[in-house]
Design a protein around this ligand. Structure first.
Ligand SMILES: *[C@@H]1O[C@H](CO)[C@@H](O)[C@H](O)[C@H]1NC(C)=O
Ligand SMILES: *[C@@H]1O[C@H](CO)[C@@H](O)[C@H](O)[C@H]1NC(C)=O
Ligand SMILES: *[C@@H]1O[C@H](CO)[C@@H](O)[C@H](O)[C@H]1NC(C)=O
Ligand SMILES: *[C@@H]1O[C@H](CO)[C@@H](O)[C@H](O)[C@H]1NC(C)=O
Ligand SMILES: *[C@@H]1O[C@H](CO)[C@@H](O)[C@H](O)[C@H]1NC(C)=O
Ligand SMILES: *[C@@H]1O[C@H](CO)[C@@H](O)[C@H](O)[C@H]1NC(C)=O
Ligand SMILES: *[C@@H]1O[C@H](CO)[C@@H](O)[C@H](O)[C@H]1NC(C)=O
Ligand SMILES: *[C@@H]1O[C@H](CO)[C@@H](O)[C@H](O)[C@H]1NC(C)=O
Length: 506
């Protein structure tokens, strides 16, 4: 009775507000029901899809946690916002102090901001939220995987008597791996809170369990019993994420906000499998994306083939709140910072909309962990993809939690022992990559056949190189002259930046 009364009151206070909720999964790839992979059920994401547009072609700007989150929250790729790698512990990456992040711009515009769950970006002065319940002062297991607790925290945020519009950013930690930190709960923490002895209980979660013969093994994972078990564990954890999304939508509805809240659902990067997270191959970059806008109900339950990038999130939220991006420079010797993403709120059925979507999307990876220096840049259009591996003479590095995962250990063991490895690559190919990789995705979506240097593709090769270079210029990429030259942008080059050749034959 009391609860009903307070709900009524909160409804009265909020009818005219227009809010944004960002729901971000951790390492969720495309291998889910939402994208036609029916082995891994996602009923709540399917329901959300009924209230919005599902993007079939969306990518992150970088396949690494902190760099991707910083890109989402700034609209700038990692080489421009400064978050070159992971934020926590000795990795210690931070965005530049000058960056105008989304939460800061909204705070300045008197919009209430909240973050619940995984934050993983800093410094605090660049990413301030009015209300923070994150791994910085909670257990990440609780605030990122316990969907009952997350629901309660979100309920508390929504119940605050504040008539201002809000941005609520919810950072799930599911379905991230946890075999390296909490092996007692399984490889993906799929046992955490499942109600079995010693695992505790998450009251709102009904675990969906999978057997290894029920999974779909994607082309980039070896089809072995170990890999199948790993996928089955991941699916169970995805069920917790999926049900968490359902709970949050219910909270929004209960609080009377559903009708005027833009809900964006995505993932920071692809799944933690070979060629996935930390790679710029498609399994690393491609991510789910749902845009649920109550202002665009005629587009509900549709799918879009437009190219989208997570660099579009900041322009989209600014567009929703009708806030323009400020004019500023990151460093005195640079040009004005411009966003290269676009608002996703453009009505795709409106043929008059000027240039409503991207013809190209881009990615920029420099590190993941501090030891994992392996810079890569890539550009993609609807058919072709070009990758430059700047440090291509080094072996591709492997991160701590993927290294220790059964999937990677299985690849190592089978390779060392000379056993059969039913995988689409060899370890040697995976470690040693050419400087340029050009893929014709229309005929080669698994990115197996490098067309760089092939006569028939020479025109597209140079056109894509040019595109990539001009994006690097537009985003002030410090790596723009690598690996063949040295960027000079100070002293007599302050106004006229120059690449000076090192004569290293690159
Ligand atoms: C975390 O910090 C926020 C303020 O930034 C505070 O509201 C919240 O209660 C803190 N949570 C815990 C568990 O200390
Ligand atoms: C909400 O805040 C307004 C303005 O501060 C106040 O008038 C009102 O009584 C508050 N409502 C509740 C339910 O606390
Ligand atoms: C999850 O959070 C709820 C609510 O705070 C709590 O009752 C429950 O014990 C937590 N579950 C786990 C596994 O920690
Ligand atoms: C939701 O908003 C639309 C207009 O934006 C309005 O027509 C409709 O009645 C509203 N529904 C509810 C339940 O408030
Ligand atoms: C958006 O902001 C601009 C300038 O601040 C203003 O002129 C315009 O009316 C606003 N549009 C809406 C729909 O609020
Ligand atoms: C598109 O432009 C044409 C010509 O300028 C105009 O007549 C039409 O109303 C516009 N359509 C929309 C949906 O704005
Ligand atoms: C890999 O081989 C080591 C050493 O023989 C063994 O301890 C480990 O269990 C194997 N791991 C997998 C995933 O096969
Ligand atoms: C950003 O746009 C402004 C205005 O078009 C332009 O002068 C500036 O050079 C651009 N910045 C970069 C880095 O290209």
């Amino acid at each position: 009775m009391l609860r009903t009364l307070s709900l009524l009151l909160s409804c009265v206070a909020v009818v005219v507000t227009a809010n944004v909720v960002i729901l971000l999964a951790d390492d969720l790839g495309m291998e889910i029901e939402l994208y036609g992979q029916s082995a891994c059920k996602t009923p709540h994401l399917m329901s959300l899809a009924n209230r919005g547009v599902v993007y079939d072609r969306a990518w992150t700007a970088v396949s690494s946690c902190s760099p991707s989150r910083a890109s989402i929250l700034t609209g700038l790729p990692p080489h421009q916002n400064g978050m070159y790698g992971l934020h926590q512990g000795y990795h210690n990456f931070q965005s530049f102090d000058n960056v105008r992040s989304l939460s800061k711009l909204l705070n300045d515009a008197d919009i209430r901001t909240g973050i619940i769950g995984k934050k993983h970006v800093g410094p605090e002065s660049v990413y301030p939220f009015d209300c923070e319940q994150t791994e910085e002062n909670n257990s990440i297991m609780q605030v990122g995987r316990n969907i009952t607790l997350m629901k309660e925290m979100i309920g508390t945020f929504l119940a605050v008597n504040d008539s201002r519009p809000f941005l609520l950013y919810v950072g799930f930690h599911d379905p991230h791996r946890c075999g390296h930190t909490h092996p007692e709960f399984g490889q993906f923490c799929e046992k955490f809170g499942n109600g079995k002895p010693g695992n505790g209980i998450i009251p709102d979660w009904t675990p969906v369990e999978y057997q290894s013969d029920q999974v779909h093994v994607p082309y980039f994972v070896q089809d072995t019993p170990i890999a199948r078990d790993d996928l089955a564990s991941q699916y169970t954890t995805i069920s917790r994420l999926d049900q968490g999304v359902g709970l949050i939508m219910q909270e929004l509805e209960n609080a009377g906000f559903l009708n005027e809240t833009l809900v964006l659902f995505s993932s920071d990067n692809g799944a933690p499998y070979p060629s996935g997270r930390t790679n710029v191959y498609e399994p690393g970059l491609q991510i789910p994306l749902i845009v649920s806008s109550p202002r665009h109900q005629h587009l509900w339950n549709t799918r879009s083939n437009d190219l989208a990038t997570l660099l579009d999130i900041t322009p989209t939220v600014l567009d929703w709140f009708n806030i323009s991006y400020p004019t500023y420079k990151m460093f005195h010797n640079q040009n004005t910072v411009n966003l290269t993403g676009k608002s996703l709120l453009i009505d795709h059925s409106d043929k008059n909309a000027t240039d409503p979507h991207h013809k190209y999307t881009y990615a920029s990876h420099s590190l993941h962990e501090i030891t994992m220096y392996y810079p890569m840049r890539s550009v993609r259009n609807s058919r072709f993809k070009l990758i430059q591996n700047l440090g291509y003479r080094m072996p591709f590095p492997i991160d701590q939690d993927f290294f220790i995962s059964p999937v990677f250990q299985d690849i190592l063991n089978r390779t060392i022992n000379g056993d059969e490895l039913p995988w689409y690559k060899t370890l040697e190919q995976y470690y040693y990559r050419p400087q340029w990789e050009l893929f014709d995705l229309k005929i080669d979506f698994t990115e197996k056949n490098n067309m760089a240097g092939k006569q028939h593709y020479s025109r597209i090769f140079s056109a894509m190189k040019k595109k990539l270079y001009s994006w690097q210029e537009m985003t002030e990429d410090p790596w723009i002259c690598s690996p063949g030259g040295v960027l000079q942008d100070a002293g007599k080059y302050a106004l006229n930046h120059k690449c000076c050749s090192m004569y290293n034959e690159l």
